[in-house]
Write a protein that binds this ligand. Structure first.
Ligand code: GDP
Ligand code: CA
Length: 308
């Protein structure tokens, strides 16, 4: 069986751990979000790809959900001593090694998809991880503050401002000219089913869907989504701030409508959201808290069952 999954960072990675446990023999291709990518201190950082790679490869900081376990921050401390900005983005020493390898390979001319494959050779995530695109397509957020109306990088809004300033618009800069990375459309074409994990519907899944050709390919397939919203709130993080920016309510119903019945065939909601309906979509209610691997594996099993 070949399963394609789309993934952001923490929510996607945790779900994928359950999916892998639910179907250890399946071939799983993960299309990763690269809209969060940013260049810091000359290094190319791909937070969502790395979260998936470290989580499935056993190197993640479990409590934090991102970054490396047993991390050190000597480089960050030294940079701060020089007064070098930005200081709001947490880059650990071990993590920086990943970004150095990636940046060296980019400078040598390799596409991000080939680099991701090379990095995964070390981590052995047990899935094939492909970035949504090799092209530069970055999420920027339009805000209004004392400096006026301006667009800032998604990470500055999310990490530095903790999404405290309302987003007026969220734009994937470069989306129109971006092409799906090699293997993305092919993997979707060969897939027996597609699972959308409970990743952020705007800046993770929504971003991947904006790469021309990806949504169209997915619409041909049986697609089951897992709601990231339970009882009107994101389980963790600030997805509500992203949903309000695009005028969508924070509810399992509204996220389903955002994806639409052309894309989604099945929708898993939490038990408190069992009233959710949309014509053409089969909705099933299950416990959706990924509290541990066992609970997460059960969620993945429910998604697979719904897809079948
Ligand atoms: P990010 O890139 O690190 O923000 O991670 P993702 O986009 O992959 O996932 C973030 C989303 O995961 C948030 O919108 C959360 O609501 C959702 N999420 C986190 N934990 C859980 C959980 O236990 N259950 C469900 N259903 N959703 C979750
Ligand atoms: Ca992310």
């Amino acid at each position: 069986m070949h399963i394609v999954s789309l993934a952001g960072g923490i929510g996607g990675a945790r779900f994928l751990r359950g999916l892998r446990a639910a179907v250890p023999d399946a071939e799983i291709t993960v299309i990763g979000n690269t809209g969060d990518d940013i260049t810091l201190f000359g290094l190319r950082v791909c937070p969502d790809l790395d979260t998936v790679m470290y989580t499935l490869g056993g190197g993640i900081n479990e409590e934090q959900g991102w970054g490396r376990a047993d991390e050190h921050h000597l480089i960050k401390t030294e940079l701060a001593a020089y007064g070098v900005e930005p200081q709001w983005f947490g880059l650990g020493d071990k993590d920086i090694a990943t970004h150095i390898v990636r940046t060296q390979m980019l400078n040598a001319g390799y596409p991000l998809s080939a680099i991701t494959e090379a990095l995964c050779a070390r981590w052995q995530p047990g899935v094939r991880l492909i970035p949504m695109t090799d092209d530069r397509a970055e999420t920027h957020v339009v805000i209004q503050d004392e400096q006026g109306r301006r667009a800032i990088h998604f990470q500055e809004w999310w990490v530095r401002l903790r999404a405290s300033v309302p987003a007026e618009e969220i734009i994937l800069v470069g989306a129109d000219d971006a092409k799906p990375a090699p293997g993305v459309v092919e993997a979707i074409g060969e897939a027996d089913m597609v699972i959308l994990p409970p990743s952020n519907p705007v800046v993770s899944i929504g971003t991947i869907l904006q790469i021309p050709g990806i949504r169209e390919a997915l619409e041909e397939k049986t697609v089951v989504g897992v709601s990231p919203i339970i009882g009107g709130a994101p389980v963790r993080g600030m997805a509500d701030a992203c949903l309000s920016a695009i005028g969508v309510e924070t509810s399992a119903q509204a996220v389903l409508e955002l994806y639409g019945s052309r894309l989604v065939d099945g929708w898993l909601v939490a038990e408190e959201d069992k009233g959710v309906t949309l014509e053409g979509v089969r909705v099933v209610a299950r416990p959706l808290l990924m509290s541990d691997l066992e609970a997460t594996t059960e969620i993945a099993r429910a998604a697979l069952e719904l897809a079948r």
